[in-house]
Design a protein around this ligand. Structure first.
Ligand code: GLU
Length: 304
């Protein structure tokens, strides 16, 4: 089945699918979204676009942005990065404190909240103007100067970010946070607040399908070995405690966010972004996961 046929069949497929789950409520601003929204955008490395539904509507990409902060820190720090954060799946919820105590303040991977907080600390240490340089890095990856933080989401996260405060304080006590806690939290909440459409998300992540180069602009974002490793980390750690399920059912490296978005990469072929706000019990988009399973099943093509 071609991508065109799959995208034309999507409305039918969604009709027979329940819109189960709940919108993330622990960040008050995320509750304001219409739970019935659904968008998808697939972009091939030779610039063919296939889209469906609300694919041009901005939403909060949340933790999907953690892949981009990782890419930036990896470029800056090279393998020194792995002295402060691991590359193992967590098998536990994204904001859990449990493993941090056992790991003496070293998070399991850069995509759980604790890991992204350490990456944020590293970027705060090594950049002159961290928030501006991060957004410029993301704009370079996406080829889109309009990508921006959402101040309203930042404020909303600050109001209820008690778990993140607990994680960062615990890591500070083990010496794995070097900067002032409020400065790092502010950077982290800004990272999570970025808004994109499905189209922009697919464009931003296309470099990971093309050995580290954005094939549309020709600009290198990370070297090819780092692109390979970031994809490996997404495969193992991109879906909270459901990474195995995503590999089993979809078979692509990817990353989800509690805003209901998912990015997935088919190396050398395409990137695809889907968005449906209601989350399953593990915090991943219910219909987003199902539609990606439909895609790789119908195309008979995944990395496995
Ligand atoms: N901003 C969210 C938090 O810190 C991100 C969670 C997510 O998307 O996984 O809890």
């Amino acid at each position: 089945m071609s991508y065109k046929e799959i995208f034309s069949g999507m409305a039918e497929e969604l009709k027979s699918m329940k819109n189960s789950g709940t919108v993330a409520a622990y960040i008050p601003k995320l509750c304001e979204v219409d739970p019935d929204k659904f968008g998808a955008h697939l972009l091939t490395i030779d610039n063919q676009h296939f889209c469906f539904g609300d694919s041009n509507e901005k939403f909060s990409i949340q933790s999907i942005a953690k892949v981009l902060s990782l890419a930036m820190a990896f470029e800056l720090e090279e393998d020194k990065l792995w002295e402060r954060v691991g590359v193992e799946p967590s098998g536990i919820s994204f904001n859990s404190l449990l493993q941090l105590e056992a790991g003496k303040g070293i998070p399991r991977n850069p995509l759980v909240n604790a890991g992204a907080l350490v990456i944020s600390d590293i970027l705060v240490s090594s950049l002159k103007n961290p928030k501006r340089e991060l957004i410029e890095f993301i704009r370079k990856a996406s080829g889109n100067a309009e990508i921006a933080y959402s101040p309203a989401i930042v404020e909303s996260e600050k109001l209820t970010g008690f778990k993140n405060a607990a994680l960062i304080n615990l890591m500070k006590s083990y010496g794995n946070i070097k900067n002032d806690i409020d400065t790092v939290l502010d950077f982290y909440f800004n990272l999570c607040s970025i808004e994109m459409t499905c189209k922009e998300l697919a464009e931003t992540f296309l470099f990971l399908a093309a050995d580290g180069i954005n094939p549309l602009s020709g600009i290198r974002i990370v070297d090819s070995s780092k692109a390979k490793r970031i994809n490996a980390i997404m495969q193992l750690c991109g879906f909270y405690d459901e990474a195995g399920e995503f590999a089993f059912k979809v078979g692509l490296p990817g990353k989800s966010g509690v805003g209901g978005g998912i990015i997935a990469i088919h190396p050398d072929v395409y990137s695809i972004a889907v968005w449906s706000p209601k989350l399953n019990s593990k915090g991943n988009s219910y219909r987003g996961m199902k539609i990606l399973e439909y895609l790789t099943t119908r195309t008979k093509s995944s990395i496995f």
